[in-house]
Design a binder for this molecule. Structure first.
Ligand SMILES: Nc1ncnc2c1ncn2[C@@H]1O[C@H](COP(=O)(O)OP(=O)(O)OP(=O)(O)O)[C@@H](O)[C@H]1O
Ligand SMILES: [Mg+2]
Length: 247
């Protein structure tokens, strides 16, 4: 369970989040929507304790993380599988080493054979086992995103997934495949928070939508309410859908 309790956050004089409050259960499928620069990535960074609120509290599984040490935060992060914006893979390493890197970080006693079979297992889950020896630049955008997801799974047995713009920059078919993968991985009551501006993909995967505008939560509700919301910025987002349907 994630709770934001009256969270304020700024970068210098730039106020990013203003009095944000919400709570998300670990089995929920949530999308945080909002335009560029609205603070979507910042919300994920706050959940992971990578940045701290200026005021307000953040609770993860009942524990206030705002005053935790770096060692304690590492434990908190183990609850999550995290796919950063654009995948953030290491271009100088091949697919195997990108995934193995995280496994080594978390499990220093693994033999090379164990490592190899674990990497293969993770790549199989996301459907790119055949690419194991390829360099990142040899992969399509969709495959890179899959490798990034495999790498995020290496970290732990996550209770929840956090995805930052998982379908951005992908063609509609690859974006749809990533949506399906996200849904598959979220079985067994493991929910997710996706932050994105792609409302079309968000509607495919999430049950709950939180909309950020000017640092505030201006909407928090289900799909039916979102499509009917009488909020100008949400209506603008929905025009993407009207456009897709009308052509
Ligand atoms: N390290 C930083 N130092 C200063 N300002 C930052 C920093 N990181 C982000 N910002 C600013 O904070 C605001 C929110 O950033 P954030 O990355 O959370 O937005 P976002 O909603 O994820 O945007 P996008 O859709 O473009 O990914 C932006 O205006 C950004 O320029
Ligand atoms: Mg972002």
């Amino acid at each position: 369970m994630i709770i934001f309790d009256n969270v304020w956050f700024n970068y210098g004089s730039h106020q990013i989040l203003k009095d944000i409050s919400f709570s998300v259960n670990s089995n929920e499928r949530v999308t945080v929507l909002g335009g560029s620069g609205e603070g979507k990535t910042t919300i994920l960074r706050l959940i992971l304790g990578l940045v701290k609120p200026d005021s307000g509290k953040i609770f993860i599984n009942g524990e206030d993380i705002t005053d935790k040490t770096e060692d304690e935060l590492r434990q908190v992060r183990m609850n999550f599988s995290i796919v950063f914006q654009e995948g953030a893979l290491f271009d100088s390493l091949n697919v195997k080493e990108n995934v193995a890197f995280c496994l080594r970080e978390y499990n220093k006693t693994m033999s090379e054979d164990e490592l190899d079979s674990k990497v293969r297992e993770l790549l199989r889950i996301v459907g790119v086992e055949d690419a194991i020896e390829l360099m990142i630049e040899e992969l399509s955008g969709g495959m890179q995103r899959r490798v990034a997801i495999a790498r995020s799974l290496a970290a732990s047995e996550p209770k929840m997934f956090l995805y930052d713009e998982p379908t951005s920059g992908l063609d509609p078919i690859n974006a749809d495949n990533i949506c399906k993968l996200i849904l598959e991985l979220s079985q067994k009551e493991r929910g997710f928070i996706i932050v994105t501006h792609k409302v079309f993909d968000a509607l495919k995967v999430a049950d709950r939508f939180i909309f950020l505008k000017d640092g505030e939560v201006v909407f928090d509700g289900n799909k039916e309410k979102l499509v009917k919301a009488d909020i100008p910025d949400i209506k603008l987002f929905m025009e993407e859908l009207d456009f897709k349907i009308s052509i």
